[in-house]
Structure formats: C-alpha cells, structure tokens
Design a binder for this molecule. Sequence first.
Ligand code: GCU
Length: 616
Amino acid sequence: MILSSLLHVVFLFAPALLKQTTVGDSSAPAYQIMNAFGRAATSLNGEWQTIVDPFDVGYFNYRMQPDPNGFFRNQKPGSSTERVEYDFDRSPLLRVPGDWNSQRADLLLYEGTIWYRRRFDYALPPNRRLFVQFGGANYEARVWLNGVELGVHEGGFTPFAFEITRLVRASGNDLIVKVDNRRRADAVPTQNFDWWNYGGLTRDVTLVEEPRAFVREYALQLDPHDERRARGWVHLDRSADTTRIPVTVRIPGTGQSQTVTPDASGRAKLSLDASRLSRWTPERPRLYDVEIIAGDDTIRDRIGFRTIAVRGSRILLNGRPIFLRGISIHEEAPYAARRAVSADDARVLLGWVKELGGNFARLAHYPHNEAMLRAADEMGVLIWAEIPVYWTIQWNNPATFANARRQLAEMIERDRNRASVVLWSVANETPRDSAPGGGPRLRFLRGLVDDARRLDSTRLITAALEHRYIDSTTIMIDDPLGVYLDVLGNNEYIGWYDGPIDKTDRIVWRSAFDKPLVMSEFGGDARQGLHGGANKIWTEEYQEALYQHQVAMLRRIPFLSGMSPWILKDFRSPRRPLPGIQDYFNRKGLVSERGERKKAFDVLRRFYAEVARAKN
Ligand code: GCU
C-alpha cells in the first residue's frame, strides 16, 4: 500500500518536475522565455546551411529506425575511405527567419524535412545560464546542440526554448534543427487549410543569457473587476541552489513599484495602484515602461492598461461601447508572397488597417509573429488572436487535443501582456456536430475555452462559427459552442459562395444568444486591375458591389459589434489554381499581393469613417 501511494505521489509531481529546466535533457519539454527581446539576447538570424531531406535519411536508417549517426552529428570523414553522405559546409544557405518556399523556386511547393545548421561561438561567464529560443518553426522542429538532442516542438506558430547551459562551448557550437512541414490528419491544423504551407524557421532564433535565477514569465494587466488595481504575477526560474530573492516591479513613469518574495515554486502575485495609469485605447495607445528586477536580472517591457468586457450584445473597452472596425489578416508580407517576419512588415500591414479607418484586426488563423502584436500595441489596433483549430480537426484524438491545448497556452503565455489583444479565438469554421450534447467537437472546444479562461481571466473568448438558415432568408446563429463564448464570431459569404450579391438585401439575421456578434469573415475574390462591371465575377467592380450590399445588410444587424472582412491582402493558397485569375492566390484581398488597392478598399473605408463618426 505504501509503495503504491509513493508511486502515486511521484506520478502526481513528475510533470511538474519535468517542467523544471533540465539542462540538455531531451526529455525536457519545450517552453518559452517571455519577451526575449527585452533581455540580454544574441540573435542567430541570418544565413544557415540547409539540407533538403524529403525522405528523412538524415534521421532514419533504411529500416525507418532512428539513426544514431544522423545529420545532427554533423560528421566529417575521418579518413580517405570513410563514407559520410552529407556536408553542411557545402550545402546551400537559407535565410532565417523566413519560410523556405519563397526563398527558392524549387522549394515553393516543398513539403517535407529541411535541416538547418548554424555554427556559433559563445563564452558563457560562470554562474550564467544560456537558452536558445525559437519564435516559431512550421510545423515540427527537433533541435540538437553539438550532437545532443534538446527536444522537439510541434505547432508552427508559437515560441519554444531549450536550456543549453551545460552543453554550450566557447567556440564551434553546432546548432542543428530538423524542420518538417508535412501536413498530418492528427495535427493542428489538419491536412486541409486555405493558406500556403510555408515551412521552416519562420521566426527569429535568439540566444538568451540569464543569471542563475531569472524572471521567466510575468503578467501585469488592469484588473477587470477593480480598475484601480493592476494585477498579475511573476514567475522566477531559479536553479535549485539559489536562495529566494525578492522581485521588484516598477512603473518608472508613475513611480509605482512593488517588491514581492516568490514562494517555493518561484511565483508571487503582483498588485499595483492603477489609478494614475492612462487607459490604452486605439486613439491613444498609451504604453508604460515596466521594469522587473530580480537580483541580477532586469527585464523591461512596454505594457498598456485597459479593460475589455461585454454587456449584452455590446463590447466595452474601458467601460464604453466600441464597434470593432476591422479586417482579417494572414501572416504574409505586405508586398511579397512570403511569411511576414519583421516589425517593418507588421507596421505596413497595420498601417493599411489604420488607412481603412480600422481599429481592429483578426490575425488569422494562427498566432502571428511577436513583432505584429507589439506593433499593434504601439499603433492602437485591437487584436483577435487565434490558434489553428481549423475546419476538420480530429476531435476524438487525445494527442490532437493536447497539441491544441499546448498551442493555446503558448499563444497566451507569449501575448498575455499585449494590451492590443482583446479576443482569444479557439476555432475557425469547425463543423457543428448533431450528436446529442454536441459530441466530441464540442467537448474538445469547450476544453479549450476552459483553458483560455483559466490561463487569462482578463480577455474575451471567441471563435469563428458557422450559421444555418431557418428559412430561405432568415439566418440563425445558434452553434452550441456559443453558450461558452463571450463574443460570437461568424463567417458568411453571401454574394460569393452563398447566392448572388443582392441576396444580402433579403437576409434577416437572428441569434440564439444575447452576446455581441463580430462578423469575422465575408468577402469575394477580385483580380486587381480586372474590370468589367458588377455582373462580372473576378472583377474589382463585382467585389465592390459585394461590399456595398454586405455593408447595407450588416447595418441592419442590431447585435453586431464588429467585423473583420476577409481579407486585407491577397494571399497564396494551394486551393486557388484558376489560371490568369487566381494563379494559386486567394484573391479576396482589398489589396493585391503587390500592395495595389482594389475598389472595395474605399467602400470599407467610407463605411468605417461613417461608423467612427456615428459612434463618437
Ligand atoms: C473560410 C476560411 C478562410 C478561407 C475563406 C475563403 O471562411 O475561414 O480561411 O480563406 O473561407 O474561402 O476564402
């Protein structure tokens, strides 16, 4: 009896033990270091050697068993007769961060493994710790340093880090990453989605140096239930032998500060007087410098303070009703069909949102790079952030559910201090299940909603739902998932997939919930520069007329509190082959992939100007 209870105790705590930073242990799960840019960071961005490996010969032997002499060993022939069938030093280069598809014509459609190798020197001072952090890698990344496997991360759009304190050498370190972007039925997203499967080290790679005890993550937001307080917590990551050190959080701009002593787990709650903090708004996106000092570790961040809530069918920002004048955005660069990777890309894209008269952007369908969220904070654009639980996910697969939960947690962990983020979305257009109780799909999504609320009680939870017709002209929004959401998203394509443009004139919308509706998608394709009248599909005039009729319909929905039409910019998609019109681009953008405006851009801009005048 005693033995079994002891074992039980071990299994209870084993996961927590695993969460500790076990140096160089490949069983150590990936986690992230918040705000890497605000720390002593060394960028590993630049040109990496790469080996295209469609059959994974760098990882498996000819019996498909893991090969101990894989590419991660970075071997060289030891004699004139030794056979080594790869050589990173003589392999082609790819730019990091960046997708591989847009860097080489032969990789445009490539789905498989590409190996990356970066050599670096690092003289780590005594009593310091070193981590390697990836802003993201699509889709699965397995990482080695100097031949030792650090671990593996699944999910193409969230950060992950490994500690390399005991493995790093003063010179000649080989960091090797196996990135595999193959689509899988059990993955998140699954095999079918309407965007390009950009693979690779698509986000920044950074070495982060820390003292033995450092602030790994923190939260500081206005208390939604008591606006006089900014509340949160700090989590100290410390080697077992460091004493418990006090942590001071300061807002120099207002002189606020608080000193706390973390508990045995390294955590401590924060609560600062917020009465003198100006509220963050799209018009005045006030950010405060925040310093967190823990012994030898000081982190700086810029945080905005605002509240977001719902009351009936209204969304309240800082207690006042706001209409979300938005647009959806995929993570593609403004003037090129490639992953957006930089602050410059972010500022141009969000600049177009502002030119539309927008105050809101739906970052579809996955977490965008961190520069986009920080630009939204600075520029005053409210954000709908989303994980790629998209279309037909394997609802019954526990590993798929664990994957979705992990991606949601990693998104929230990274962006929980971004004032611009007001909505966490757990799904897009997932088919409702007619089974009693909603079936496995509803169980899966409710689990994600519960996680989001537990991880972050300061934001609203949503999802882009589908609707149903209850007669030829009445649309009902009554997806059972709506019961658990704060805000209802809904995608509709009247005038494109669903009837002619003037069908919008006859539609009545109803909702089964007294909750705000954000029309999270509507639109239609147009090839920029193609003209010919509103009765000719694919022309700018057709798209323009569609927007005019859509806007007229949306005005009539009393419970509408926002919209994010599909989509800001044309984007690459394998689902859109029509020669001369689509050429593997989804053309619903208001701007072409070369940044050229279409006529519908002005229809939306005029509508938002009118809404802004009416709401103020
Ligand atoms: C869907 C989906 C989008 C897709 C769009 C379209 O609503 O959410 O990802 O691109 O429709 O068909 O263009």
